[in-house]
Design a protein around this ligand. Structure first.
Ligand SMILES: [Zn+2]
Ligand SMILES: [Zn+2]
Length: 392
């Protein structure tokens, strides 16, 4: 009788155990001390890995293969969010106000699984595989930028890949695309200064709430009337704070928002387009303003040949029926920092299912993953480690 050997299936319980331990013990960006210590301890139990700490809360495991080949960077992010978890399962967060609500607990478990598999088959691995457990993805300027700028992590790296679990895709589905994959998340901070007074006599005031409301409405004209429909741009005002009570017109209103683009030229042009609207509206009503504009992560633009290799790997490893061409999203990711230094591609693994109630959006207090996605992630990154390191 022959038995098919499936080392990933053998890892199933371990993957779940890692993920649940991390889920119960979330830490936010730059504070991942226990998380990093746990990852390091797990990696040190595996044979043949060089384990180090490039920064205080990131962990690197390097596997030098026995065959010549290329150097591949695999990346998992490890940080949680300042969210109070509303899930009631037994492995919910044990830390008040902190939660793994983006799936980074799953990313970490997946990369630990890949490290375990590779450490057991060093003779079969070409080149070098660097596995970076990256801190602080959720907090700008981000852990990736720190690793790229301040350490030698990227020296000699030929290609890079990594994944994000995605609750909006069915569990086990893999999705990738060449080119624009995730947007640049920039932000604006606006203070509108009017002139306060009695709510009964608006004619004696410059009402910053009325002006702010017009700014919000008119900013949508930047999107719909100044930018071509196919040039993706999102402007969302997400914060509007003003006033103290029902019968006083306040002096100021404070607004904040996010601006999302893919195209570098449009990204550079967006602040001028936005300020023109703010200036026009404020001047028309006698208000003044201060505008702060902050550029966030660069967009994630996948290298075409790497995306194509990942598509081939997905079709072979998880099957054509589990593969989809990805839709670009307006979400942002500091994975883009690695792509400044080496070709590479980021991809999605679906983690949503009704059975596990895991279709809640990322960053929601009910977010969770269908744990079958852990196996899919391991299969993809393990196959990528063996293929993308091939010489040539
Ligand atoms: Zn997130
Ligand atoms: Zn995330």
């Amino acid at each position: 009788m022959t038995q098919t050997v499936d080392p990933v299936a053998d890892l199933r319980d371990q993957l779940v155990a890692w993920r649940r331990h991390l889920h119960m013990n979330p830490e936010v960006g730059f504070e991942e001390h226990e998380t990093a210590a746990y990852i390091e301890a797990e990696l040190r139990r595996m044979r043949g890995l060089e384990v180090s700490r490039p920064t205080a809360t990131s962990v690197l495991a390097v596997l030098k293969g026995a065959q010549p080949g290329r150097t591949l960077l695999l990346r998992a992010d490890i940080d949680a969010l300042p969210i109070e978890e509303e899930n009631t399962f037994e492995f919910r967060s044990q830390k008040p106000g902190k939660m793994h609500a983006c799936g980074h607990d799953g990313h970490t478990a997946i990369l630990l699984g890949v490290a375990r598999l590779l450490s057991a088959q060093r003779e079969a691995v070409p080149g070098e595989v660097r596995m970076i457990f990256q801190h602080a993805e959720e907090i700008g300027p981000g852990g990736a930028e720190e690793l790229v700028m301040k350490t030698d992590l990227m020296n000699g790296v030929d290609v890079v890949t990594g994944l994000h679990l995605n609750s909006q895709l069915p569990a086990g589905v893999v999705a990738v695309k060449p080119g624009a994959f995730m947007a640049a998340p920039d932000s604006l901070h606006l203070t509108i200064r009017g002139k306060g007074g009695h709510g009964a006599h608006p004619e004696q005031t410059v009402d910053p709430i009325a002006v702010g409301a017009q700014v919000v409405t008119n900013l949508q004209h930047v999107v719909s009337r100044h930018v071509a429909a196919l040039d993706a741009l999102v402007v969302s005002i997400t914060y509007f704070q003003s006033g103290t009570t029902h019968n006083v017109i306040p002096d100021t209103a404070v607004l904040q928002g996010t601006v999302r683009t893919f195209d570098p030229e449009l990204r550079q042009r967006a602040p001028q387009l936005i300020e023109r609207v703010i200036k026009g509206v404020c001047e028309a009503h006698g208000a003044t303003y201060e505008l702060g504009y902050e550029f966030g992560y660069r967009p994630v633009i996948n290298t075409a040949w790497v995306a194509e290799r990942l598509r081939e790997i997905a079709v072979e490893t998880v099957g054509p029926e589990q593969y989809q061409d990805a839709q670009p999203t307006m979400g942002g990711e500091d994975f883009s920092a690695y792509l400044e230094k080496a070709p590479g591609a980021y991809f999605n693994v679906g983690s949503g299912s009704d059975a596990e109630d895991s279709r809640w959006p990322h960053h929601h207090p009910r977010f969770t993953i269908d744990e079958v996605s852990l196996e899919t992630g391991v299969r993809m990154l393990h196959a990528a480690a063996l293929r993308l390191t091939q010489p040539g």
